[in-house]
Ligand binder design. Structure first.
Ligand code: FES
Ligand code: FES
Length: 157
């Protein structure tokens, strides 16, 4: 099966087995190693990417579904000003330890902040509920995303 899609701003055409998940397509066929392999069952969020701007769990999306579409990994937002701002906030708030979950959290946070920059902590907690972290206890992650949301709300006023 041939899949052509935009990966982090670059068009890619990949020959891949028809039963590939997007998580496998990205890691195994495209060397997008920031897309982590966790549960492979939709429970941990380690594989989260943006598909057309929406945060999705790549292990639950069939590779064929991305033909003609746009996929963004955390590598694709490393230099963008907003993506950088969110990653800087994670560092400033010590919101990561081993970092395994961090790409997924950053992308879920970006999807939330792009969509509706509400600085309400419970709304942020709910938006990130699909992402699991074994290290941080979550509060520092929420602090980081809340700080960015507060800045964005402040700028919009
Ligand atoms: S690896 Fe996809 S949700 Fe866990
Ligand atoms: S920082 Fe280790 S799993 Fe989240």
């Amino acid at each position: 099966m041939r899949v052509t899609f935009d990966l982090d701003g670059e068009e890619r055409t990949v020959e891949t087995p028809p039963d590939r998940s997007l998580r496998e397509l990205l890691r195994e066929d495209c060397d997008a190693l920031s897309v982590k392999a966790g549960c492979d069952g939709g429970r941990c969020g380690a594989c989260t990417v943006l598909l057309g701007g929406d945060a999705v769990k790549a292990c639950l999306v069939m590779a064929a579904k991305v033909d003609g579409r746009s996929v963004t990994t955390v590598e694709g937002v490393a230099d963008g000003s907003f993506g950088r701002e969110v990653q800087d906030a994670f560092e400033a708030h010590s919101a990561l330890q081993c970092g395994y979950c961090t790409p997924g959290f950053v992308l879920s946070a970006l999807a939330y902040l792009d969509d509706d920059p509400d600085a309400d902590r419970e709304a942020i907690r709910s938006a990130l509920a699909g992402n699991v972290c074994r290290c941080t206890g979550y509060e520092k992650i929420l602090d980081a995303v809340e700080a960015v949301a507060e800045r964005r709300v402040g700028e919009a006023e």
